[in-house]
Design a binder for this molecule. Structure first.
Ligand code: HSE
Length: 311
């Protein structure tokens, strides 16, 4: 095979009560890549679209090519050359796992092109390196769901003990991205390093409740558990109108609402498409009234992760 195209999804990390340990994937938006074999052994970023010229084209600085090079090194392949064509289809620095999608999409496509020498889960250590390059820290709560689909729990980051959780069929997600920038490293730097005992107790109770709700398809329990008593109160000050957006989503029937990843995007989970769409409209009205531009995405929770495109 000399040419292959693939898609990798956007993701919502943290999911309210699972800071740094829980994430899920969306069907839409996501990144697309096309890899074309070259006659030499060079890895080249041939073009990038949709990034407003913000992403680097140097192969050591670009997440797609860096992850691909780490993968090739691991397999001991030094005679393969590729032109990489990357199509960004989601906002950068949005809290929607843009760098994770880029880290995943190229290596996933290449692994297929080479006849699947590694299982998909075995790509995780390489995509973690892409995430570390993009964000400064290698957290797995975006890359693991972008690679595997569905809800993923990271029980331990160091050993990459990853647990795939079930996704109830009628679970829909609304993500609204206000056009302001929040850097992950800034959103992390404002967080307190110490917790009160009752905060840790409430957070673990909610995380347990959420995971249990996913297994039993108990939408009410999922809703009751989508509560973040630790991170959201600290980070929400970075997002104008956050409390009103959250109120609007809950009053339109969403199960729960919180910050997507490190923000500024806000996500809501709903039972069914109709509520998810209504939620999006109501959230959009709040930003509209504040004169804050926004992009809105409504998607089912993605159960399959990246996919090969028929192009
Ligand atoms: N868990 C990370 C954080 C995700 O919230 O900082 C970053 O998208």
């Amino acid at each position: 095979m000399d040419k292959i195209s693939a898609f990798a999804p956007a993701t919502v990390a943290n999911v309210a009560c699972g800071f740094d340990v829980l994430g899920f994937a969306l069907d839409y938006p996501g990144d697309e890549v096309t890899l074309v074999r070259r006659n030499d052994n060079k890895i080249i970023i041939a073009d990038i679209s949709g990034d407003n010229n913000l992403l680097p084209k140097e192969v050591e600085k670009n997440t797609v090519s860096l992850v691909i090079m780490e993968y090739l090194k691991h397999l001991g392949i030094s005679d393969l050359g590729l032109d990489i064509h990357l199509k960004k289809q989601m906002p950068l620095k949005s809290g929607m796992g843009s760098s994770a999608a880029s880290s995943v999409v190229g290596v996933f496509a290449l692994n297929e092109m080479l006849g699947h020498p590694l299982q998909t889960i075995e790509l995780l250590p390489f995509v973690m390196k892409g995430e570390a390059l993009a964000c400064g820290v290698a957290h797995a709560d975006n890359v693991a769901p972008a690679l595997l689909g569905g809800f993923v729990l990271i029980r331990d980051h160091k050993s990459l003990d990853i647990i795939q959780l079930p996704t109830p069929d009628e679970l829909w997600c609304t993500v609204i991205h206000p056009e302001i920038e929040v850097q992950t490293k800034d959103a992390r730097s404002i967080l307190r390093k110490r917790l009160a005992m009752q905060e840790a107790v409430a957070q673990s109770a909610n995380l347990g409740g959420l995971i249990s709700g996913l297994y039993t398809e108990d939408y009410d329990l999922i809703g009751r558990s989508l509560v973040d008593v630790i991170v959201e109160p600290q980070r929400s000050i970075l997002i104008p109108g956050f409390q009103d957006v959250k109120k609007a989503s809950l009053s339109s029937g969403a199960l729960g609402c919180s910050i997507s990843g490190s923000g500024p995007s806000i996500f809501a989970l709903s039972k069914g498409r109709d509520i998810a769409q209504k939620t999006g409209e109501m959230m959009g009205k709040v930003f509209g009234n504040l004169d804050v531009g926004y992009q809105l995405f409504t998607s089912k929770v993605n159960k399959v992760g990246p996919k090969i495109l028929d192009k």
